[in-house]
Structure formats: structure tokens, C-alpha cells
Design a protein around this ligand. Structure first.
Ligand code: AMP
Length: 184
């Protein structure tokens, strides 16, 4: 049973690592960004509501995000664990997650911080070319990370596992797995 959370600035490689780690650990990778992008692609009502927010690099309001995430977490495939990527993004969301888990007698095992310098992440994002990857939006997303999301590192300090996120994808995945093993 592994319940994990991946934290790091936009461009740190969370999505790539979360996919690889989810496969290796046999747990579903849940990305709120992917869930929103799927709603947008499917042109659902929620998708239409959040499209301009994703395009601006701002955070989607907590009520919308929390409800979507909790519905996803209650699906049966999370019984053996899960890996969250991009949620929580602020302390309020972390508190909602803590309550949801406590209500079903669960807790997070570890919070993995992928550490990558800002210059490196901005360069990666400019190369990626997603619709929310122009330079102003990228800067704004870094700012939102520093002000809203970085406080989670202190909130989760007792479960925090910090890993250097610079290197080949496989190399970073192995580092995360080794760090998680060392912890137990
Ligand atoms: P990501 O794929 O994690 O980079 O997320 C892309 C965008 O989706 C973000 O810039 C936000 O607009 C939105 N988003 C993803 N996760 C969250 C969250 N937990 N809370 C609020 N907005 C989010």
C-alpha cells in the first residue's frame, strides 16, 4: 500500500515521473492538471468553466478542484494506493485531502519533492509548447508555485523526501525509488 504525493515547480518533471513511478509501484497516477485537460478536450461543462483559468496559469478555485479530486480518489482503483501529481497546490487543498483520508482511515506515506532550479524548469517549459506554456504564463505559474504551493513543503515536513530532479528520466525515477526505500 503506497500513498504518495509528488510536489515540485511546474516543469520539474512531475508528470513524467508520476507516470513512471505509478507503473513501477502498480498504483494509479492521478493528475488534477490531466483531469482538467481531459474535461477541456471533451468540452464538458467543467472543461468550459476552467479553460481560461488553465490558459492564464492561475489556480482553479478550490471548490471545483477538491470536488473533482475527491470523486477520483473514491474510485475503486485507489484501494491499493495512489500517486497524486499537482494536488494539493495549497494548504487549503492539503487540509481537504487530510480530512478525506482520515475519514477512511488512510494517510499519506510520503511526499516526494522534485527539486529543480527555476532557470532549468523555465527552459524545459518553453521547449514543451503546451497551450499554457508561453513565457508570461510560465512566469506566473512559477510565482503561484512559490507563493501558494511551496508552503506545503513545511506542512509535510515529517513525510518529505527530497530528490534531485535534474538528470535522465530513468535516473530520476531510480533516485525517487531509492529515497522511498531508504525512508522505511
Ligand atoms: P499541471 O498539469 O499540474 O501543470 O496543471 C495545469 C493547470 O491546471 C494549472 O496551472 C492550474 O490552472 C490547473 N490545476 C492543476 N491542478 C490544480 C490544483 N490542484 N488546484 C488548482 N488548479 C490546478
Amino acid at each position: 500500500m503506497t500513498r504518495l504525493l509528488l510536489v515540485g515547480p511546474p516543469g520539474a518533471g512531475k508528470g513524467t515521473q508520476a507516470t513512471a513511478l505509478g507503473d513501477k509501484l502498480g498504483i494509479p497516477h492521478i493528475s488534477t492538471g490531466d483531469l482538467f485537460r481531459k474535461h477541456i478536450a471533451d468540452e464538458t461543462e467543467l472543461g468550459q468553466q476552467v479553460k481560461h483559468i488553465l490558459d492564464s496559469g492561475k489556480l482553479v478555485p478550490d471548490e471545483i478542484t477538491n470536488q473533482m479530486l475527491i470523486e477520483r480518489l473514491r474510485q475503486a482503483d485507489t484501494k491499493n494506493g495512489f500517486l497524486l501529481d499537482g494536488f494539493p497546490r495549497n494548504i487549503g487543498q492539503a487540509e481537504v485531502l487530510a480530512k478525506e483520508l482520515a475519514d477512511s482511515d488512510q494517510k499519506l506515506d510520503a511526499v516526494v519533492q522534485l527539486e529543480v532550479e527555476e532557470d532549468v524548469v523555465v527552459g524545459r517549459l518553453l521547449a514543451r509548447g503546451r497551450s499554457d506554456d508561453n513565457e508570461d504564463v510560465i512566469r506566473h505559474r512559477q510565482h503561484v508555485y512559490q507563493s501558494e504551493t511551496a508552503p506545503l513543503l513545511d506542512y509535510y515536513r515529517d513525510r518529505l523526501v527530497t530528490v534531485d530532479g535534474v538528470g535522465e528520466v530513468d535516473e530520476v525515477t531510480d533516485r525517487v525509488l531509492a529515497a522511498l526505500r531508504d525512508r522505511t
